[in-house]
Design a binder for this molecule. Structure first.
Ligand SMILES: *Cc1c(COP(=O)(O)O)cnc(C)c1O
Length: 382
């Protein structure tokens, strides 16, 4: 085992020469980042109004093919607003996955709604359409005013699947199930900027898609998020709610409902625009690395997660599937002791104290994967 791990360390290091310590994912700034940020400073428009915010929104709409994109201060808050606009209310339920980053479950909780966790697929690491359908067939019923969970008696208001590590989940099937049941679909595409499913960008399959531009994501602006939609009314509401619900007027300060200070600042948007220009380059670079990893790990007899059928992954974060928990832990220890940063997947949501009371469907694959996933360095190689 140690020999295999040593070879892994050597291989990862060979992909990042001149580095003593290989991080999991580091930002890369070598485009127009400096120019645009200085330009934003010189313009004095550093806060929530400015040319870069508008340009960022145009770039996001163009990239994803969505009609509208709204710049938001971070991905978690974009999810929160997405769920508010989906009509999720306090004490209602939102179907999601246990294998996700905490932001997904936190955003649901900000509305005092309750997450319900269904299983993921082993080949996508994202929500399993089969598990979603089975859950609904066994636990849900359609009533005049919506879909209800027969066990809890609560309305099931929305469904939030996630494209784990940039690998697209079977989002068209999930969208079809949500359509059939009349459940609002909000795609957590925080990790999948530049990932496509059946030639469509992730985030456009439901009514709302959400992205993150946090420091460790494929494209970063320090902190940032975006909400995309084809629905004009949702787009207008998203902009309104994220800008303190201020009624546009030349001088009056009038607000017509409780809003949020969730607008992305122009300073961050400047960075985001420069980074988005680099996206094709980032993805090309990451795809080469993924191909090399696939080739290397296949020969080693270690399972490397590669893009599922009909999809194109951004390979944001590469993942290995080890044989068992013991081998996972041994690899984590060896690599981190030898200058290569690796991480296990997030603890499953239903195992965290805040969410351990939440209903699940048994989560067979999620539990199996949580014991085996190891994320390996995936950042840009100069
Ligand atoms: C990064 C991420 C988010 C949003 O994170 P922010 O740091 O708030 O931008 C949401 N969901 C998932 C799955 C993520 O990985």
């Amino acid at each position: 085992m140690v020999e295999k791990f040593q070879k892994t360390v050597d291989f990862v290091k060979s992909q990042y020469p001149d580095k003593n310590f290989i991080a999991l994912h580091e930002p890369a700034f070598f485009g127009n980042e400096r120019n645009y940020v200085l330009d934003a400073i010189d313009s004095t428009f550093v806060s929530s109004v400015g040319a870069y915010v508008n340009r960022f929104e145009e770039m996001m709409a163009e990239l994803t093919g969505a009609k509208y994109a709204i710049a938001i201060v971070n991905g978690t808050n974009a999810l929160h607003i997405g769920l508010v606009l989906a009509g999720v209310k306090s004490n209602e339920e939102v179907l999601s996955q246990a294998l996700t980053f905490i932001a997904t479950a936190n955003a649901i909780s900000y509305i005092n709604a309750i997450p319900v966790f269904v299983d993921v697929d082993q080949e996508t690491l994202g929500m399993s359409p089969q598990s979603l359908r089975d859950f609904l067939v066994h636990h849900a019923e359609k009533r005049a005013d919506g879909v209800y969970n027969k066990t809890s008696g609560r309305r099931i208001a929305a469904c939030v699947p996630m494209h784990t590590f940039g690998l697209p989940c079977k989002i068209d099937e999930i969208a079809a199930i949500c359509e059939e049941w009349g459940i609002f679909l909000v795609e957590d595409a925080a990790e999948s900027l530049g990932s496509y499913y059946k030639d469509k960008h992730t985030g456009v399959f439901g009514k709302i898609g959400v992205f993150s531009f946090n420091g460790n994501k494929t494209v970063t602006c320090g902190g940032g998020g975006a909400l995309i939609t084809d629905d004009e009314e949702i787009a207008k509401r998203a902009k309104h709610l994220t800008t303190q619900a201020k009624v546009p007027h030349k001088w009056e300060f009038v607000h017509d409902e409780i809003g949020y200070n969730y607008r992305m600042p122009n300073l961050n948007a400047a960075l985001a625009c420069a980074q988005l220009e680099q996206l094709p380059l980032f993805i090309e670079n990451k795809r080469v690395l993924a191909e090399r990893y696939l080739d290397f790990f296949s020969k080693m007899g270690i399972q490397f997660m590669h893009e599922p059928q009909s999809s194109r992954s951004n390979y944001w974060l590469n993942a290995l599937i080890m044989d068992d928990l013991e081998e996972r832990n041994a690899l984590l220890t060896f690599t981190n002791d030898n200058g290569v940063m690796t991480r296990p997947v997030w603890e499953l949501m239903n195992r965290l104290p805040m969410f351990k009371h939440c209903q699940t469907d048994g989560l067979e694959n999620s539990i199996w994967l949580a014991d085996r996933i190891v994320n390996i360095p995936s950042g840009f190689r100069p």
